[in-house]
Ligand binder design. Structure first.
Ligand SMILES: [Zn+2]
Length: 243
């Protein structure tokens, strides 16, 4: 494990200028997440901090070649707006913000950008990668960090066999391993909350996800899953740099 500061917003202009001049910084990771409901027990920032965790650790493995841009902490979450607290960008807005961040990085001389996503609703951004590459003239790619896992690996690691699901065994386990302070079981009374979930097809799944998160998640599962995702993201980024 290498150490050093890779988070762009923690660097000074002098550091970035000198590192760019030396040719040390070659690529950037842009994490994309959401601020949205994550069942009764997980904080709204889950997708953002999980994408940031994988991105940060992967960039450290490639230090000093890769910096991490500030995560996009609001995503495309219209489907969760019935839950108070959820924030959502229109798909066009989301894509435009992602483009503008990539363009800023490109103007400073970064030629490889990997967008590391932590929220399934943001996946429409993937359809814009060819357009981003054409307009920016650089290598820009999109992935969701759970693409690191094969079906067999998920079946082996998770008792529910369901990944990423939503605030269920997988995401709760990731939080237990990487940011346990984001889990709040105290005072939770799922039955007593008398939720009247409107979203079609989800009302039945929400209680299952709740039980899976509560009964099946462990920090060990989360650590194993996170470490595989971190290595996978680092390899993906490294392949872009080597290309
Ligand atoms: Zn999530």
């Amino acid at each position: 494990m290498k150490t050093g500061e890779v988070r762009l917003w923690k660097l000074t202009r002098r550091y970035v200028r000198e590192a760019m001049l030396r040719g040390d910084i070659k690529g950037a990771i842009l994490p994309t997440g959401s601020t949205e409901q994550h069942n009764e027990h997980l904080e709204m920032e889950h997708d953002t901090v999980s994408a940031l965790h994988m991105s940060h650790q992967a960039a450290l493995e490639l230090y000093p070649q890769v910096v991490v841009a500030p995560p996009m902490s609001v995503g495309i979450s219209e489907h969760w707006m019935e839950f108070p607290g959820t924030l959502s960008l229109r798909p066009d807005t989301f894509v435009t913000v992602a483009y503008d961040i990539c363009e800023s990085l490109q103007r400073h001389g970064i030629e490889h950008i990997l967008i590391v996503n932590g929220h399934a609703g943001n996946r429409p951004l993937n359809e814009h990668m060819a357009d981003f590459q054409k307009r920016l003239g650089i290598d820009v790619q999109f992935c969701s960090y759970w693409e690191a896992y094969s079906k067999e690996f998920v079946a082996e690691q998770l008792d529910s066999g369901d990944c990423p699901a939503h605030a269920a065994e997988f995401e709760t386990a990731i939080a237990m391993a990487a940011f346990p302070e984001n889990i709040h079981w105290e005072g939770v009374d799922y039955e007593g909350a008398n939720l009247k979930i409107q979203r079609e097809g989800y009302a039945d799944r929400d209680p299952i996800y709740f039980r899976d998160g509560r009964d099946l998640a462990t920090p060990k599962k989360g650590r194993v899953m996170a470490d595989v995702a971190i290595s996978w993201v680092a390899e993906k980024m490294k392949a872009m740099l080597d290309n």
